[in-house]
Write a protein that binds this ligand. Sequence first.
Ligand SMILES: [Fe+2]
Length: 130
Amino acid sequence: MPVIAWTESMSVGSDALDADHKMLIGMINGLGQPDADFVALFHALVEYTCGHFEREEAHLEAIDYPGLDSHRAQHDAFTDRVSDLLRQYRETPFERSDSRVADFLWTWLKSHILIEDMKYAAWTKARHTL
Ligand SMILES: [Fe+2]
């Protein structure tokens, strides 16, 4: 999988949450390295993601975001899917060249940031310009 990068178009208007997203992207890139300790990195990524979701949901609560429940449901579905992938990998390790985990993580994260996270970014912006 090619190296992926955070871009300004992914900014959600919060430096702390942007920093979290950059960190997550860096961790996904780390998973794609040929000499990576896959299980350790994957586990660290799951842990970091859970912390990030907590921080993001706390932010959404603080700004009274009306879409918090459905946003939280998406986070929960992702956490379940990723836990499943980790369990599958532990049972039957994938080939080194198998990029299905990194591909899934990147595809999900990118569309989640660009579509779902952008909704609360736009909502915050609109609220401040009223
Ligand atoms: Fe999110």
